[in-house]
Design a protein around this ligand. Structure first.
Ligand code: ATP
Length: 246
């Protein structure tokens, strides 16, 4: 099978603040694969390494060891320039903390990646996407003037405008009300129908149960995998992971 994301034996360690302590192992030998058009969710207790895993398999962070290939390109052997190109053309990343530029209005934040990669900007498309997301504020408003949920919608729109082949989303609907959560989830689901691969970290078991595959991370290891999981199955798996998590 052809994988659009193929990560093998990913380990990530960081130096402990206390020099006498050994390195902290955040990820321990994780293998992760996903295909075009697949919607994969990653769940796990707080601190289990979900964000670190997403950053490593998307090329935002270099793993301590292991290989990541995205759309046939090996990230380990790519130069910073090649990685930057891959991030511009193939990958989108929705940050948990939004990462909006405070000096730019919502609209300019959304189209910034298009501007940076000299792509055509269609104001109508931006407006339509934000209407689909039920965005209540004005696109001329600055991030500081927006609620957390509205900032999150801007961050998601910025990622989707790039028409990437792979979208990595770190808790994309965390700050949203239930209607907005559903709207964003439906949009991501729709993109997978066009062959986009979505890899989403979430605490939302109901949403995860609507993805194609769910992976449970515990103490830096992928410990369980469910294809077309039910809410009940995921609840039980998370309960177990939280109980035995060190
Ligand atoms: N640069 C770093 N230096 C030291 N420790 C780190 C670093 N990055 C992450 N960690 C630690 O590694 C563990 C995993 O962090 P990570 O953010 O990946 O977990 P998570 O599962 O996404 O957590 P949450 O659900 O709370 O967002 C945590 O204990 C965190 O404190």
């Amino acid at each position: 099978m052809e994988f659009i994301v193929d990560a093998q034996n990913i380990r990530k360690s960081v130096k402990s603040k206390n020099k006498n302590q050994p390195d902290i192992k955040i990820l321990r030998d994780v293998n992760f694969q996903a295909t075009a058009g697949e919607f994969v969710s990653i769940l796990g207790p707080s601190g289990s390494g979900k964000t670190t895993l997403l950053r490593c398999i998307s090329g935002l962070t270099r793993p301590t060891s292991g290989q990541v290939t995205i759309a046939g390109k090996s990230l380990g052997t790519s130069s910073e320039r090649q990685l930057a190109r891959l991030r511009r053309t193939t990958i989108s990343y929705i940050f948990q903390s939004y990462n909006l530029l405070p000096a730019l209005p919502a609209y300019d934040n959304i189209v910034l990646p298009l501007r940076l990669s000299h792509q055509k900007i269609n104001r109508h498309d931006v407006k339509k996407l934000m209407d689909d997301f039920n965005f209540q504020a004005a696109l001329s408003q600055y991030p500081a003037e927006l609620s957390g949920g509205e900032q999150q919608k801007v961050a998601i729109a910025r990622a989707l405008m790039m028409h990437a082949q792979v979208i990595f989303a770190d808790e994309p609907t965390g700050a949203l009300d239930s209607l907005s959560r559903q709207l964003i989830f439906s949009k991501l689901r729709e993109l997978t129908k066009f062959g986009v691969c979505v890899v989403m970290v979430t605490h939302d078991i109901e949403q995860a149960s609507q993805t194609d595959r769910s992976l449970i991370l515990r103490d830096g290891r992928l410990v369980q995998e469910f294809t077309h999981p039910s809410e009940q199955t995921l609840l039980e798996a998370m309960h177990l992971a939280e109980k035995v998590s060190s």
